[in-house]
Design a protein. Structure first.
Length: 456
């Protein structure tokens, strides 16, 4: 079989000035050019004398099969995409078709991916510097991706304070997606968050508009528009959209950034860095004895289990949190034993947090727990609560001023599912004693029954 080649060419934004030299040379080298009709027009002066195969929108897989068929004939094929072929372009589907056909690298058809500037880069360059910090791209096209998946990604990106570039925001038939995206972003972003709308970047009909998240959906948006939504620090000044890199967190502006702020060191992680934030949390709790774990979670905007982990990591000698705050993790094999341990308290309160954010509190005075399958059943004469025990991935005991504050059952995201708190008499927080009691509760004749008579 004659060896052929597939060039997966990213054209960049569309103007020849912004096309890479390798993209131009690959097109010149190719015998056959395959692409969406609009993209072919962008390189019309480069394809004279070559076989040109034009395909319409939604015919992406046809382009891949055409490219493979001609490459197997020994031809050099340039399969072109706007932007970068690996970002919502033809690289992914082409590799899928190749691999599904039995192709392997070195098996008769060579493949080269030639990168280009994606819309997020080219559009950002036209409006200033909105991508100087963490950013992501999300396509609003639900032609191939279920909307619930897109919605989860939008809310997660908004919650995490990413700068977000929205691709395929609106078409003649898809008019509601941009409105719904706006609603989801507003759950976690201010209404005055800067937004840039760039249509046909570096092309003849280029159009740029700066607006806010509140008014974004009211603007002229189409399939050729890329929407860049700023993060909580992005600002617009003198017509330029800028996202700070974060130098103001470490350096003083008074002397042109030559001096670090108190507590910061040049070339070192921030005081709120990977490990430093835990010390900051402990300092924050120590500043006011009335501050609670829940307040710490809200202040630092971290999962509850991470707050407990920070307290547990504090030094026992000379640390900031102890003796006011202490915490220790319970091993997975002792998860069930921790329930029996709590049942040994004179009285206790169970606090259950639902996925919707509701809180249920229940006072207990006897053995009210039973694990049945994937569920923990908490049952009294007046209430039945069923907690997804299979979702519990970490269990913590926390104490304040030498006494146990509670046992916290958290899911994989670090959020609380269940809290057990002693009421009435204080229970001393002593990790050694807790460990010994858990070992006793784990013994076969003392373990929590899998099928308890309390189970419903």
């Amino acid at each position: 079989m004659t060896s052929g080649t597939i060039f997966l060419v990213g054209l960049g934004p569309g103007s020849e000035d912004h096309m890479s030299a390798r993209a131009r040379s690959a097109i010149a080298e190719a015998d056959c050019i395959i692409g969406y009709t609009t993209y072919i027009k962008l390189v019309a002066d480069l394809v004279d004398g070559k076989e040109v195969i034009r395909k319409g929108m939604t015919e992406e897989l046809d382009r891949c099969f055409e490219a493979l068929a001609r490459a197997r004939e020994g031809k050099k094929v340039a399969l072109i995409s706007s932007g970068d072929s690996g970002v919502y372009g033809m690289a992914g589907p082409t590799y899928e078709v190749l691999l599904d056909s039995g192709w392997r690298p070195g098996d008769g058809v060579d493949v080269e991916v030639i990168p280009g500037s994606s819309a997020i880069n080219s559009c950002a360059a036209l409006v200033g510097a909105p991508l100087t910090h963490d950013a992501c791209t999300i396509s609003l096209s639900d032609l191939l991706t279920p909307w619930p998946v897109i919605a989860r990604r939008l809310e997660a990106a908004a919650r995490a304070d990413f700068v977000v570039a929205l691709y395929n925001p609106k078409s003649g038939r898809r008019t509601g997606q941009i409105v719904e995206a706006q609603r989801l972003l507003l759950l976690h972003r201010r209404a005055d968050t800067p937004v840039a709308l760039v249509k046909s970047a570096y092309r003849r009909r280029q159009r740029i508009e700066l607006t806010t998240l509140e008014h974004m959906a009211d603007c002229d948006i189409g399939m050729l528009t890329t929407v860049i939504v700023g993060n909580s620090n992005t600002f617009v000044r003198e017509g330029l959209m800028v996202t700070p890199r974060g130098y103001a967190n470490k350096y003083s502006k008074a002397d042109s950034g030559k001096t670090t702020k108190d507590g910061e060191q040049s070339g070192r992680s921030l005081s709120m860095g990977l490990t430093g934030w835990k010390d900051q949390l402990c300092h924050w709790l120590a500043e006011d004895n009335n501050r609670t774990l829940r307040a710490a979670q809200a202040h630092f905007d971290m999962p509850f289990a991470e707050v407990l982990s920070a307290i547990a990591a504090a030094p026992t000698e000379g640390g900031v949190c102890p003796p006011d705050w202490t915490a220790c993790a319970i091993g997975r094999k002792e998860f069930a034993a921790s329930l029996a341990f709590a049942e040994g308290w004179p009285s206790l309160r169970a606090v259950v947090r639902t996925e919707a954010g509701s809180v249920v509190e229940l006072l207990l005075s006897s053995s009210n727990f039973a694990i049945k399958g994937d569920w923990l059943n908490l049952i009294t004469d007046s209430a039945h609560l069923h907690i997804p025990w299979h979702k519990v991935t970490s269990v913590w005991v926390a104490g304040q001023r030498g006494n146990i504050q509670g046992i916290y059952y958290c899911d994989a995201s670090g959020h609380r599912l269940l809290t057990l708190q002693p009421t009435g008499a204080a229970i001393p927080f002593d990790p050694t004693t807790i460990t010994e009691q858990l070992q006793v509760c784990t013994a076969p004749d003392q373990s929590l029954a899998e099928e308890s008579s309390h189970a419903s």
